[in-house]
Design a protein around this ligand. Structure first.
Ligand code: AMP
Ligand code: MG
Length: 418
């Protein structure tokens, strides 16, 4: 049994990310959300594109209005109106002003904007009732970004903010990594599909569907290969097919020490290298991690434990970091831990890093963790509903008192890429 952090680091070492030249495709801007950029994006223009006004008001020459006040207003001649989207037609000379609106181009000659509230309009003249700073309310050309500079990095996940930037730099087509394909298979003679009639002793295959949902949530494509019986020949065929069709393989069940647990043996027969057999975590101790020669690149194989909670916990803790790296994402791939105050006493055996599931609450004094009521058995998936986080009781600790801070692994649907 190796510690969880060691296993995670070892797994990340083994992952070969998608290739930024080969494993790419071009998608339209609206389709880019949720995808990972396979190339950096450079701005073709300055941002702002030209000096423009941050206010509705009057574009003036600072020297003209430096002494203006409510008691001694300065009067200027208004030479034109400049709405947003329309270039100025004239230069502002001494003693002149131009009516200007938010986002409109500054006219030549003017260097400062006086907001409307500090003026009084009289026909074609305007009284300036207060002085200002030089260049006040002028958004200067290139002050946000210079042309030729990088606005988005390769490996960025495209969210709403990146979509806005891509639109602003006029990328209607976006180069992204293809979505990795993750094969999923369930092993066990006892398993039946949800639509089948349950016979005594049988168990419904929930892992296939849960894992597929997690894979999809991460922006990858689940390739569901169904239920495989505990039969070495059938397993060998299914695992070979999985390897041929995907970039990474997840199986659940069959990695314990029972008489029907054949996965490790089959992987050996197929020439895989087994790196991890078990991890000091609860739930989720039996975990097989292997590499095997795939169609194009070496592939990672995860043999997840069969118990429904163990399979999910193993995914959150070990598979999700691997998919993040595989996808071409930059930044931090590791499992995202936070600190939260526990609302209940948390108990554990002390021998393995123990994960207890529950919900996170945002409060004015910070995050709080509430433990799911009911059994925290690895076979009980019923009280997993609404799980957002796993509280961690470290090896060596048998209790964490209510009110103290606890490390929690965030497992909610969306999380920043880090
Ligand atoms: P195993 O790891 O194969 O020994 O399975 C451990 C436990 O998890 C057994 O009770 C299995 O019936 C159950 N199990 C295995 N695979 C699945 C699955 N795909 N969905 C739900 N339960 C499963
Ligand atoms: Mg089994």
């Amino acid at each position: 049994m190796i510690p969880a952090d060691t296993a995670e680091a070892q797994i990340l070492e083994l992952v070969m990310p998608l290739d930024s030249r080969r494993d790419v495709e071009t998608v339209s801007l609206p389709e880019a959300a949720g995808r990972v950029l396979s190339a950096s994006v450079v701005s073709p223009t300055d941002f702002p594109h030209w000096d423009n006004s941050a206010m509705d008001g009057y574009a003036v020459r600072y020297d003209d209005i430096a002494q203006a006040s409510a008691t001694q207003p300065i009067e200027l001649a208004v030479i034109e109106d400049i709405p947003a989207g329309q270039p100025p037609q004239q230069s502002v000379a001494a003693g002149q002003a131009a009516r200007i609106f938010t986002g409109a181009m500054m006219p030549p000659g003017a260097d400062t904007v006086i907001m409307q509230e500090e003026t009084e309009r009289r026909g074609d003249r305007v009284q300036i009732l207060a002085t200002s700073r030089p260049r006040a309310f002028v958004r200067e050309r290139g002050s946000y970004q210079r042309a030729g500079g990088r606005v988005l990095s390769v490996g960025s996940v495209v969210t709403a903010t990146e979509v806005a930037i891509l639109a602003a730099v006029q990328r209607s087509q976006v180069e992204v990594y293809r979505q990795p394909r993750i094969a999923i298979l369930s092993t066990g003679n006892e398993l039946v599909a949800p639509e089948d009639e349950l016979q005594p002793g049988q168990i419904v295959d929930s892992n296939q569907y849960a894992l597929a949902a997690l894979v999809r949530q991460m922006g990858a494509i689940p390739v569901c290969l169904g239920i495989v019986p505990d039969d070495p020949a059938a397993l060998k065929t299914a695992i070979s097919q999985a390897i041929a069709e995907a970039d990474m393989v997840l199986s659940s069940g069959g990695v314990s020490v029972g008489d029907y647990d054949y996965v490790d043996q089959i992987l050996g027969d197929l020439g895989a290298t087994l790196h991890i057999r078990s991890v000091a975590v609860k739930p989720g101790k039996p975990l097989t991690v292997a590499t095997i020669k795939g169609a194009s690149a070496p592939q990672l194989y995860f043999g997840l434990p069969g118990n429904p909670v163990s399979a999910l916990v193993s995914f959150w803790r070990f598979v999700a970091p691997a998919i993040r790296k595989l996808s071409g994402r930059g930044g931090n791939w590791a499992a995202p831990f936070l600190l939260a105050r526990s609302r209940q006493d948390l108990k554990a055996g002390g021998k393995r890093e123990t994960y207890l599931w529950g919900q996170l609450h945002t409060t004015p004094s910070g995050l709080e963790f509430s433990l799911a009521p009911g059994s925290h058995s690895s076979g009980n998936l019923i009280n997993l509903a609404g799980t957002q986080a796993l509280a961690v009781v470290p090896i060596g600790a048998t209790a964490i008192a209510a009110g103290s801070l606890v490390r929690v692994l965030w497992v909610g649907a969306a999380w920043p890429s880090g």
